[in-house]
Design a protein around this ligand. Structure first.
Ligand code: LFR
Length: 482
């Protein structure tokens, strides 16, 4: 079942799926430090068919299996894989029948089918306030609540056909173990979980007309689902329920100071700016600041704001043939952008036009034109503008948390792809007025493995893991400039 008692080395595999890339990482833990090896990495993208966007679930499963095979091949002779855990991006799901067969396609969260529901809820302030008070999640186009409501409204027969709603990590846990559970962190991204308990919100289920029987009482991270089934190259490897939401895993990996003075940014396609708390942040002002009260694997809270993130930068690259293709070209682009003067006026990064535009450059130019600003002249200038605007977005989120959550943050800890972007880190420090501590850390995979080690009792708890992790890291610190 788990790591042999005599051995002091534990091996775990993290299946870590992001919206633009996925990976299977092998973790080796010797009781004092974690060594991560990338067994497999692959691009991920939604496919557009008939004007709608869908995930290729079968393709993802194929990559997971290929990755696990490679992870097992990396083990030293005689060593066994103690466990495996899955985390993915939030909100998307598979509707299955009682035997686990998918009965409806899995749309990608950027699909535009939720726009009508989004606008209807936004236009009904009383309902919006009620849903926010019930779930702690603001009205965002990708919410599973809006997606499920649209499905049930357009295909009422699905209510009968499907017997369970498994969010993506839940579905892959099912493929691995044969057991269907709903995990709490991923459940908390749906806008259907009760913000005051660890159960589902009857008010939200009723409002969105989601059948309550589709959802089982959520399990906390650390639950064990039994051995991997059906993969002939794996034996006696336990499927551990880790925080299914990648952002929850990234937050778990933060080498945070126990004094609560650290604000976290997991910087990837999205910038997830937030912190850990015993209580949610609710009320009209929190709703206006788009604070999402998502959950930690143990059921506590992660109030966070979702800032658009590197999606803007990734998007603009597609519009320039001169875009960087290698690490060296990326460094050259960032270095050139750093030399430009700070932009006088910044983009409003909350503009919904940036969520899934056919051309990001056209979407940015449209905002610039509407506000009668000067358009950047080349890719270097767009890069400068985007990073500075994201830095401002991060700082605004910090200010909202300090005002509404009653906290004072003295540092910002940054993990994920953006932590390597000097321009973004510096812009964040400058706008927020506190140092940014950037860790070159695959936060999502590290948190995933940390939770497996805790479930296997190879590590006592999360504070212990963080205390052991911190001294092994070499952060880059960006001091705020006037
Ligand atoms: C990041 C993330 C965010 C979530 C967004 C959509 O990968 O999980 O936390 O808001 O994707 O699911």
């Amino acid at each position: 079942m788990c790591a042999k008692k005599k051995s002091t080395v534990t091996y775990c595999a993290a299946i870590d799926l992001g919206a633009t890339s996925g990976r299977v990482m092998l973790g080796r833990w010797d009781g004092t430090g974690l060594v991560l090896t990338e067994a497999h990495r692959f691009p991920n993208a939604f496919r557009t068919m008939g004007g709608h966007d869908f995930w290729d679930i079968g393709g993802l499963w194929e990559q997971i299996v290929a990755g696990l095979r490679k992870a097992v091949a990396l083990l030293p002779k005689g060593a066994a894989l103690a466990s495996v855990g899955v985390d993915t991006w939030g909100v998307d799901y598979v509707l299955v029948d009682a035997a686990g067969r998918p009965v409806y396609p899995t749309f990608a969260y950027r699909d535009n089918r939720t726009q009508a529901g989004l606008k209807a809820l936004a236009a009904d302030p009383a309902a919006l306030a009620r849903i926010y008070a019930a779930t702690g999640i603001p009205n965002v186009f990708y919410n599973a609540s809006l997606q499920l409501a649209e499905t049930v409204a357009t295909h009422p027969g699905v209510a009968k056909l499907a017997s369970r709603c498994l969010f993506l990590p839940d579905y892959f846990n099912f493929l691995l173990s044969g057991r269907m559970v709903n995990e709490i962190t991923i459940a908390s991204t749906s806008q259907l979980l009760d913000v005051r308990s660890t159960g589902w919100s009857a008010a939200a289920l009723k409002h969105f007309k989601v059948p309550a029987r589709w959802l089982a009482a959520p399990v906390l991270a650390g639950a064990r689902l039994g051995p991997v089934q059906g993969l002939d190259f794996i034996k006696d490897t336990e499927v551990v329920v880790v925080p299914g939401h990648d952002t929850a895993c990234a937050y778990d990996a933060m080498p945070a100071s126990p004094d609560g003075g650290d604000l976290y940014i997991s910087s990837g396609t999205w910038s997830l700016v937030g912190y850990e708390s015993e209580s949610p942040v609710l009320g009209a002002e929190a709703l206006a600041a788009r604070i999402s009260n998502e959950r930690i694997g143990d059921g506590r809270y992660r109030p966070l704001t979702n800032v658009i993130g590197l999606w803007l930068l990734e998007g603009i690259m597609k519009d320039f043939a001169s875009r960087p293709k290698t690490d060296a070209e990326w460094t050259a682009l960032i270095t050139a952008a750093e030399k430009l003067p700070a932009p006088a006026v910044l983009l409003d990064v909350t503009d919904p036009a940036f969520s899934n535009p056919p051309s990001m450059k056209a979407a940015i130019d449209a905002q610039i034109k509407k506000r009668r600003l000067a358009a950047p002249k080349d890719l270097v200038a767009y890069t400068r503008l985007i990073c500075a605007s994201l830095g401002r977005g991060h700082a605004d989120a910090k200010a909202a948390f300090e005002r509404l959550g009653g906290r004072k943050f003295t540092r910002i800890l940054m993990v994920g792809g953006g932590s390597k972007n000097r321009l973004l880190c510096q812009a964040t420090a400058d706008a927020a007025g506190v140092p940014v501590v950037a860790f070159a850390l695959e936060g999502t995979a590290v948190g995933n493995i940390a939770r497996q080690l805790i479930a296997l009792r190879a590590v006592k708890d999360l504070p212990t893991f963080r205390a052991l992790l911190a001294p092994t890291l070499k952060p880059v610190i960006y001091q705020p400039r006037a």
